[in-house]
Design a protein around this ligand. Structure first.
Ligand SMILES: [Mn+2]
Length: 509
């Protein structure tokens, strides 16, 4: 696997060079090409010399835009398998992680497993490092989709390049006979990839790839526990088969616990990454409010160095007028402890949001103020531990509609909407200004984040979102007895699946 990935890097370089050369043959491909917008690399079939037409075909294996562990490992393992077994001698097989490289540190379970298997991140290819559209236009691309089977609308042009699909979701799209589709409702796409690899007459599976597949299936199937409702007989069969072929693989519980822990371990992240890891946004006409789930205590969060500046930059770059940081940490016996911080550079907005939260009765959050390092940040302990982010979102949405109408969320404060709005719009340093480098749609700043629930297009059928949020739901919501950490996580896993089909973030309406 490792050597294969090294080869991928080389193949990618070739790809980049070809596309670059098409545009300007005399110009050597600079290292900073990665920073250029994709349009710079666009090549048209007409510009292709005949020699390039016969050049290397690129076979990309692409996971979904959540780029969870399943998508990453399915893409890596299958591309590696193709590279070892394909008869297309001239093709380059490239697993592509369907997020920008910048976002990869947020996938803490993926970075953990790669490290365990000593696969350097530098050997991976991310979506912002390869121009699939240009490759396709140049007639050089074939595409295998793993862990999803519907391309988002912005990638619809790539549909013609799809030559194979392996997915574990119910099929929403039929394809012609020339495109084989494997779709089975198993717990993990990695199970289907394992099956594909092990069914091949030549046994090509190496231990490193086996360990990636094994860990992924165990995580997706919640440690193969039937109570979690994820595992199917096929998942269990292939996990056992991997274990019998590679008896020194870690035990299921060991790898499951390590991956679960890694998934929620944000200790290595920067403040910006922490805020982006599990982010939802709500937009009114006048303001967009970000709501980040943060997996550390509020004390730990508030004591991060340069916090206020970080929050300021985070909001300014993305056009957020305010930010709610909802933290969750665990007290004894795994009891979740929720806290809340409200940040806004606009004092009036901050006061109004805070008041709406303080006064909310459906649900009551039972907020008690805490000391805060700055007036721009209001901090609270949230007494109501079952008021998850999912339940706070409608409160914020209701606040935004009142704010849009120029009112404040309470009846006893005198709205001075015109002045206020004028001030907010005119403030170039505030959230109304926007970092042009991000180039995002002002109405929907989070749309281009490849994170959490915000990652899918409005018009695309939604793939189940693998990002689980402890802040969105908590076991207490369902009146459960005390749970072990694993049982808690398992519960979240199930909730996340339900959530993705029923609870879309309100800005999508
Ligand atoms: Mn999956």
């Amino acid at each position: 696997m490792e050597s294969f990935l090294g080869g991928c890097g080389a193949a990618l370089q070739v790809t980049k060079n070809i596309l670059f050369c098409l545009r300007n043959p005399r110009c050597p491909p600079p290292l900073k090409m990665r920073l250029l917008p994709p349009s710079v690399l666009l090549a048209t079939p007409a510009s292709l010399g005949e020699h390039l037409r016969t050049n290397q075909k690129v076979h990309v294996v692409l996971g979904n835009e959540a780029c969870d562990l399943d998508s990453m490992v399915s893409a890596l393992a299958l591309a590696c398998f193709f590279a070892k077994t394909s008869r297309e001698a001239k093709a380059a097989f490239i697993p592509v992680l369907n997020i920008p490289r910048l976002d990869f540190p947020l996938r803490t379970e993926s970075t953990f497993l790669l490290k365990e298997q000593q696969i350097p991140e530098s050997s991976l290819v991310f979506r912002d490092e390869i121009d699939l559209h240009a490759l396709h236009q140049a007639g050089l691309l074939s595409l295998t989709l793993v862990d999803h089977h519907v391309l988002p609308s912005r990638d619809r042009a790539l549909e013609e390049a799809v030559t194979e699909v392996i997915d574990h979701r119910p099929l929403e799209l039929q394809r012609g006979p020339s495109c084989p589709v494997t779709a089975e409702l198993v717990g993990s796409c990695a199970t289907l990839v394992t099956e594909r690899i092990l069914q091949h007459p030549t046994q090509v599976l190496d231990r490193q790839t086996a360990a990636l597949l094994h860990g992924t299936i165990v995580l997706d199937c919640v440690n193969m526990a039937p109570e979690a409702g994820k595992v199917t007989p096929k998942d269990t069969h292939y996990v056992s088969l991997l274990e019998s072929k590679f008896p020194d693989l870690p035990s299921r519980s060991t790898i499951f616990e390590a991956l679960q822990k890694a998934k929620f371990d944000v200790s290595g992240l920067t403040t910006d990454q922490m805020l982006r890891k599990d982010l939802k946004t709500l937009s009114g006409k006048e303001a967009t409010i970000a709501i980040s789930a943060i997996y550390v205590s509020l004390q730990a969060f508030l004591s991060r160095p340069g916090l206020e500046q970080e929050l300021h930059t985070f909001c300014r770059r993305r056009g957020f007028a305010a930010l709610l940081a909802m933290t969750i940490s665990f007290k004894e016996r795994n009891m979740p402890f929720r806290q809340l911080a409200v940040y806004s550079p606009h004092a009036e907005l901050q006061a109004a949001v805070s008041q709406a939260l303080e006064r909310s009765s459906d649900p009551s959050l039972d907020l008690s103020p805490r000391e805060s390092p700055s007036p721009a940040i209001r901090a609270y302990d949230q007494g109501n531990a079952v008021a998850s982010r999912k339940k706070v979102l409608p409160v914020v949405q209701a606040f935004l509609s009142v704010w849009d109408r120029g009112g404040l969320a309470s009846t006893d404060m005198q709205p001075e909407a015109t002045d206020r709005d004028r001030k907010m719009r005119a403030d170039p340093s505030g959230a109304a200004g926007r970092d042009p480098e991000l180039g995002r749609d002002p109405k929907d700043p989070a749309k281009s984040h490849h994170l959490g629930d915000d990652l899918v297009d409005d018009d695309a059928p939604l793939p189940p979102t693998p990002m689980n949020s402890l802040v969105d739901e908590c076991p207490l919501d369902r009146g459960l007895p005390k749970l072990s950490a694993e049982a808690v996580f398992e519960r979240f896993n199930r909730i996340a699946v339900v959530r993705s089909s029923t609870d879309e973030s309100p800005e999508k309406k």
